[in-house]
Design a protein. Structure first.
Length: 423
């Protein structure tokens, strides 16, 4: 039995037909020249007719769409290449690692690099990967279930879950823009939008005190290269890779600056994480260390590895970790970088200046170091002027301004109107 229907819209007709198949009502219609047949998932004729009218109306106003069919391995392969060309190398590796965690190594772009430590490790999430043939098969529900399982079984923290949501959101956004991805759920063109972003706790920052700094540098005294590198991490606040990529031209002891900038060496391109070059002044403490440091002659790298080449990030961290472990220390490169920001914040430097020096956004510095800034708004919470003065508040600025005006006026303070300093 077929029940035709139509709705007139301008000069066009949007028609759909419903019919029974295995006691269920089905509907057929043409969309963009293609015949669409699907189940209405009902046995009730009245419900089927209602759904038919809704579909015909959506056809008439052009609001009906058909989900795309994009092969998942192919989309992931081209997306990995896209990330490699548009992201910094570290960000690209992190994103690929998250995609591998979610999908598994189902394409060449998601397979570990040959010869790396990760290739020989067992897949931690084997058996938990989300399996699908089409990208459209990965629904918001599948993403939510995967993240919920990782939080429960693997103790993922909210930040880890949010980073997974973020990379999947980028995947769908790329597929929408470049490959015409069309979600099966019209409410969420990007299925990751239906995944709730978890609330992250306040960041826990570890940093070294002045005594800790002295102890750390003393431990490294017998390792001149690592000693100088750690000094740069602490006194200049550079990221781990930023120090490893420093060349002799980047460290200018005459001008007393370190230039963190993009470069191509041996056909390998590198740029800072934020894709912005910056200059960091060399402090007196750092200058004293770098002035006696002797880099290798005829070596492009300012801090070469024991083999005379650029340090591998993991190898450097492992060497530093082993030295510190022998001396009961647990400090890492991230702790050294936080030491730079934290010490400046405690000294009273503005968060904007700290952000500029560290290559961060002011918002990130505010979240990390705002609690360390010395209290400068004590009088702001007082309701009365008397309380402020009793607590040590002064009128130094007002007195100074009066004295200046008295000198400029020569007639004394009688002609000077009352001055009120607005706080």
């Amino acid at each position: 039995m077929a029940i035709p229907g139509n709705i007139k819209h301008g000069k066009e007709f949007a028609m759909a037909h419903i019919y029974r198949r295995c006691r269920q009502f089905w509907i057929s219609y043409y969309l963009d020249g293609k015949l669409i047949q699907k189940s209405l998932k009902t046995k009730d004729e009245r419900t089927a007719l209602s759904k038919q009218k809704r579909i015909e109306y959506e056809l008439s106003i052009g609001d009906l769409h058909v989900a795309s069919k994009l092969p998942l391995p192919i989309v992931l392969e081209v997306f990995c290449k896209y990330l490699k060309n548009t992201r910094t190398f570290k960000s690209y590796k992190n994103d690929v690692c998250r995609l591998r965690t979610f999908f598994g190594p189902i394409c060449d772009g998601l397979k570990p690099y040959p010869g790396t430590m990760k290739q020989s490790r067992k897949d931690k999430y084997e058996g938990s990967h989300v399996k699908a043939e089409l990208l459209e098969d990965i629904t918001a529900g599948a993403i939510n279930r995967f993240i919920a399982a990782r939080i429960e079984e693997d103790k993922w923290k909210p930040k880890t879950a949010n980073l997974m949501r973020e990379v999947l959101h980028k995947l769908y956004a790329y597929a929408i823009k470049h490959h015409g991805f069309c979600s099966r759920d019209r409410r969420y063109p990007n299925p990751a939008d239906a995944v709730e972003r978890l609330r992250e706790s306040a960041p826990q920052i570890r940093f070294l005190t002045l005594e800790d700094i002295d102890k750390q540098l003393q431990v490294l005294a017998d390792y001149p290269v690592i000693h100088a590198m750690v000094a740069v991490y602490i006194y200049a606040g550079l990221r781990r890779e930023e120090v490893l990529w420093l060349t002799g031209e980047d460290v200018d002891l005459e001008q007393r600056v370190i230039r963190v900038r993009a470069k191509t060496i041996d056909k390998e391109y590198w740029q800072p994480k934020t894709k912005k070059n910056r200059v960091v002044p060399i402090s007196n403490a750092l200058y004293d260390i770098l002035s006696i440091y002797q880099p290798l002659v005829n070596c492009v790298w300012f801090f070469p590895s024991p083999t005379g080449k650029k340090w591998n990030t993991d190898n450097f961290s492992q060497d530093l970790r082993e030295i510190n472990k022998e001396n009961n220390l647990e400090w890492s490169c991230l702790d050294f970088r936080h030491t730079f920001g934290s010490q400046l914040a405690q000294k009273g430097e503005s968060l904007y200046k700290i952000a500029e020096l560290m290559g961060n956004s002011p918002d990130i510095c505010r979240r990390h170091y705002a609690a360390l800034v010395p209290e400068k708004m004590r009088d702001t919470v007082e309701f009365s002027k008397t309380q402020i003065e009793q607590q040590g508040g002064s009128k130094d600025a007002e007195v100074m301004l009066r004295q200046i005006l008295e000198k400029l006026d020569g007639n004394g303070s009688k002609l000077i109107p009352e001055i009120r300093l607005v706080r």
